[in-house]
Write a protein that binds this ligand. Sequence first.
Ligand code: C5P
Length: 229
Amino acid sequence: MANPPVIAIDGPSSSGKGTVATLVAERLGWHLLDSGALYRGVAWAAIQRRIDLDDASALEAMTRQLVFEIRPGNIHIDGIDVTQAIREEPISVGSSRVARLKPVRDALRIVQVGMRRPPGLVADGRDMGTKVFPTAELKVFLDASVEERARRRHKQLIDKGSSVSLCDLFASLRARDERDRSRSVSPLRAAEDAVMIDTTEMPISAVVEEVLGHAAERSLTGSGTRRGE
Ligand code: C5P
């Protein structure tokens, strides 16, 4: 039987991919994979266990044993709800450090591929279209100016009650982008066959409609129900 269809949505931090992927998955009634949450989860678990974020073999062994439960809107690791904890800024920085390590990526790939279930999957991240789901039926690459992305991230954190300066956030976002783009394994880049969308001046609703339009052109339509939930 053919694999369930995948829509891969990649892009840099705060390009809008998480929100767009969530809304597209809701509209189609498909499953959602926020792959960044897995890398954040690995960084969170490593910090809890005081594992060095550069120790590839210890991180690999830990990652292979973690039990991830991912549902729309929340993520549990080994039974602990880490939904909020993984969004803190130190975890953002830690996640892009552990994401450079191939053994960690290989261990998480198994979790990601396992989420490809009927009626379909919307997966967001950095390498969904290039590495994890290279045969995805639709690949989208979202981008926005670094200034706009820093403003979006700042608003998100302020709305959640965190206090962080826009200036610090701008620097941290640039450093994280640089690490994600320049690493040797699965660097952040658009797949050759990806549809490119610059979201700098677009409202989220327009981006969602554009992605759904490309999905409809490829006959990717909603079933309205996600099986297994
Ligand atoms: O998407 P988000 O910002 O939550 O991802 C956190 C970090 O996880 C990114 O900065 C990136 O280093 C890493 N990541 C990755 N590959 C993915 C998703 C996230 O390397 N597919």
